[in-house]
Design a protein around this ligand. Structure first.
Ligand SMILES: [Zn+2]
Length: 223
């Protein structure tokens, strides 16, 4: 019988997730590109403290935020959006219904929609997926994106985690380690060129530094 280590054996499983916590969807109706940029700057600031992902940009602008705790900055953000924009709302939690509402509004208003990754287990759109990477001794790594629910249901069982990525013959052993990391997930809101175009938009009064100053106020008020 061979004593060579089995290269297909799983050595470790790495899970990289957002910081966890509750999601909130912020929906804002904007009237011009200056207002779009204003909203972007506000969420750029919040992204330093929470996981932020854009859902739509344009007349319908929407972001989803995941926060590990009830960050006071989010209440300030909600207040600023109420004061500075014609219409805004906050929905607690992220689910297919609110996602569909954002998609429908964005399509009706010709706004840009950001597609979300789909969970490799249940197929649901997931704004803050868990990156699951399976390391094997001598074969290439296997990766997949999953929602927190699918990962949680398998988390205590390395073999079940492997089945999420590949229902085939991945083999674990008692030595297979599961490493979980949590951090703020960062997602690009606009590409550089789009950002420049937004800044150069003519016809609309530029917010200059005022939006940024508002953001600074936001952080100050929250701290
Ligand atoms: Zn899932």
């Amino acid at each position: 019988m061979s004593t060579e280590p089995d290269g297909s054996m799983v050595s470790s499983i790495h899970l990289r997730a957002g910081q966890g916590g509750a999601c909130r969807v912020f929906l804002v109706q904007t009237r011009n590109r200056a207002e779009v940029k204003h909203v972007q700057l506000l969420f750029d600031e919040v992204a330093q403290y929470c996981s932020v992902r854009p859902l739509a940009l344009g007349v319908t602008t929407a972001f989803v935020i995941q926060s590990g705790d009830d960050h006071p900055m989010l209440a300030s953000l909600e207040q600023i959006l109420k004061e500075d924009f014609k219409f805004s709302m906050v929905h607690g939690g992220f689910n297919p219904v609110i996602h569909r509402i954002v998609e429908d509004l964005a399509m009706e208003t010709m706004s840009h929609l950001y597609p979300l990754p789909l969970c490799g287990g249940c197929g649901c759109a997931e704004p803050f997926p868990v990156w699951l990477t399976i390391h094997r001794f001598s074969e290439r790594r296997l990766k997949g994106l999953f929602c927190e629910r699918c990962v949680s249901s398998a988390c205590g069982d390395p073999q079940a985690l492997c089945r999420l990525v590949d229902p085939g013959a991945l083999k674990t052993s008692p030595q297979t380690s599961v490493v979980r990391k949590r951090s703020i997930l960062r997602f690009g809101m606009t590409r550089g060129r789009e950002r420049e175009q937004a800044a150069d938009a003519d016809g609309d009064p530029s917010p200059g530094n005022s939006a940024l100053n508002d953001s600074k106020d936001l952080i100050r008020r929250a701290s």
